[in-house]
Design a protein around this ligand. Sequence first.
Ligand code: SAH
Length: 204
Amino acid sequence: MRKKELEIQLEQNVAGFRIPKIELEQYQTPALVASNLLYWAYMNGDIENKSILDLCSGTGILAIGAALLGGEVTAIEIDKDCQETAEENQLKTKTPYNLLIGDVLDYKFDGVFDTALANPPFGIQQKKYKDLDFVLKAVEVANVCYVILDGSPDNQAQIPSILKERGLALIDSYIDTFVLSSTYPWHKMKRKLHQVLMLKVTRI
Ligand code: SAH
């Protein structure tokens, strides 16, 4: 599947959160950003015929994209209310994947996945660098991890050294932009741009 086709499939067939929960930082990854991340991993040989774990999968955009590119996908999401939409999205895209409901930080997985994908909560509502807990879990359960983190100037400057301190190797990265449509009632603007860091990380 070509990259543009992947983006169109995700855009047209993957519905987002019905009633997003701010305390869980529920923001769906935009189709363009998801397809950029997925194709990056795919071109690196980390998706097709690989076992994939999508941590914090929401309504499934990364899981479905990985399945469309030939991955064998398991996904985990803490919020059971996402399950119905996630299942409808799987039906629409004909990409069944194994969806687990639970807290990924406590979850005991059997064995190790080839590749982890994650757009975790950034920790804006919780604690600073909360997203790194998810990165640490991802590298524990997979050989290579592609993750989306907050791309604030602060994070762009600090993340490489923080990853190193925590025993992680930053293999590659780029910056992308979320075009966020108004998600919560207090969002005043219809659309907002938010920079994100796209990272490829492994254990050292
Ligand atoms: N990956 C999806 C959703 C991103 S929003 C996408 O790219 O569109 C972040 C998601 O993480 C939310 O669905 C939220 O419910 C989930 N989440 C938050 N804490 C979690 C935890 N401890 N374990 C599993 N999922 C979690």
